[in-house]
Design a protein around this ligand. Structure first.
Ligand code: NDP
Ligand code: MG
Length: 401
């Protein structure tokens, strides 16, 4: 039926989440149309995706890559129009024919398109956690003035959503009043990353190529580094706070090396319900795409229940996690500062320009030297994010290179 047809744009189609989303959509048959796909630099893959999915628009956000694509293929490929940058991103996030926007760009630049999608009442399937950490309150207040919905793709938050709905509760984003007397604690799991058993001396020698080898998940480079420092889990604690709005003391993380249990919800009657699946992002992505139904048929391996282990997160060993928890308590613009300083530090680390152990030191340094303020406008958030990035780069140049 025409009403069931979803028309989807994927922001960051060439990334790990973007590719998995397209795999899921292909496997779900013909109730989905692709309206827009975007990439930053990977124009070779974007071209293949255009041929396979025939979107109305394909957007390239890196100027040199856009120009190279146009030289090679022209401004239209079959019936797909090729556009550049913000303007193109805005079209695929807001066009009246789009029902669903998958936000799978890494980092803060995803914010413009997500706000545009909110303004135009779209269903936003959000993988990107950086914008919730940096501008969560503003995003929530924009959501309250629109008919848009945000559904989490991040496996732990998608698991929390599934547990909450399976327990007879409703999904009411950020509704402290609704959740506080129904849910005692939210617990998300962390694999512990590739360096969980390393000591301080081992960590001093770590370089980028070691940090991007994740033991259980196959992800983009930035989130892989964040997983290794446990910043990813810190960002996810803040993400859970934005989505479900319990007190931060009631949102915790636990190390579970096998990545088979993704989250637990503890209820006041003493019941604890967990969500399990093999570590395959297609599972949470498919749930968000077909929400609230389950239509996806996983081609994954048999689920084995062997050796499920749990360990406490030691904050001394994972200073990035400690910093994120501190920020979750402080609130205001501290999430923005943490995120911007982390994005820049990880960028430098991925280029092997700073040491692995510099990452938490730089972030702490920037948090200590930045002003903690409340933002009352989108422009001030954008401005503050720019300032913190510049400050972090300057600090790295003067102190860490
Ligand atoms: P990838 O690095 O694999 O992909 C990132 C995507 O964003 C690519 O399409 C990339 O284009 C595009 N992109 C990169 N920089 C920019 C920019 N400045 N402007 C516009 N587009 C840009 O990342 P992942 O797919 O791993 O992660 C995406 C988001 O999802 C992150 O926020 C991450 O935290 C979150 N997430 C990821 C999970 C995973 O399993 N991968 C799990 C949970 C959350 P190009 O390829 O052309 O460079
Ligand atoms: Mg996650």
């Amino acid at each position: 039926m025409a009403n069931d047809m979803k028309t989807i744009s994927i922001l960051g189609a060439t990334g790990s989440i973007g590719r998995s989303s397209l795999d899921v959509i292909s496997s779900l048959g013909d109730s989905f149309n692709i309206f827009g796909l975007s990439c930053h630099k990977n124009i070779v893959l974007l071209y293949e995706q255009i041929i396979q999915f025939n979107p109305v628009y394909a957007i390239i956000t890196d100027q040199a890559s856009y120009e190279a694509f146009i030289r090679q293929h022209g401004e239209e490929v079959n019936s797909t129009k090729i556009l550049f940058g913000h303007e193109g991103m805005d079209i695929i996030s807001s066009n009246e024919n789009v029902s669903t926007v998958i936000a799978a760009i890494t980092g803060f630049p995803c914010i413009y398109s997500v706000l545009s999608a909110i303004k135009h009442n779209k269903t936003i399937l959000i993988a990107n956690k950086e914008i919730l950490v940096s501008a969560g309150n503003m995003i929530i207040s924009q959501l309250k003035n629109s008919k848009a919905t945000i559904l989490p793709i991040d496996s732990e938050h998608n698991a929390l959503l599934q547990i909450i709905l399976s327990s007879g509760l409703e999904y009411k984003i950020n509704d402290a009043h609704y959740y506080k007397n129904k849910i005692k604690n939210l617990v998300i799991t962390a694999s512990g990353g590739p360096f969980i058993d390393y000591n301080f001396k081992d960590l001093q020698k770590v370089i980028a190529k070691d940090a991007i080898k994740h033991p259980t998940w196959n992800m983009g480079k930035k989130i892989s580094v964040d997983s290794s420092t446990m910043m990813n889990k810190g960002l996810e604690i803040i993400e859970a706070k934005i989505l479900f709005n319990l007190n931060i003391e009631n949102i915790t993380a636990i190390i579970h090396r096998q990545s088979k249990i993704h989250a637990f919800v503890e209820f006041f009657d003493g019941t604890v319900i967990s969500h399990m699946s093999n570590p395959d992002m297609k599972i949470p992505i498919s749930y968000a795409i077909t929400y609230p139904e389950r239509k996806f048929i996983s081609d994954g391996n048999f689920f084995s229940y062997d050796n499920l282990t749990f360990e406490e997160v030691t904050q001394d060993k994972f200073p990035c996690y400690r910093l994120a928890r501190e920020v979750a308590h402080i609130g205001k613009n501290s999430g923005l500062i943490l995120n911007a300083a982390n994005e820049i530090s990880v960028e430098y680390f991925l280029e092997d320009r700073i040491a692995y152990l510099d990452i938490p030191n730089i972030i702490e340094d920037i948090l200590e030297s930045s002003e903690i303020i409340n933002h009352d406008s989108f422009d001030s958030i954008i401005e503050n994010d720019k300032e913190i990035r510049e400050l972090t780069k300057d600090r790295i140049k003067t102190k860490y290179l």
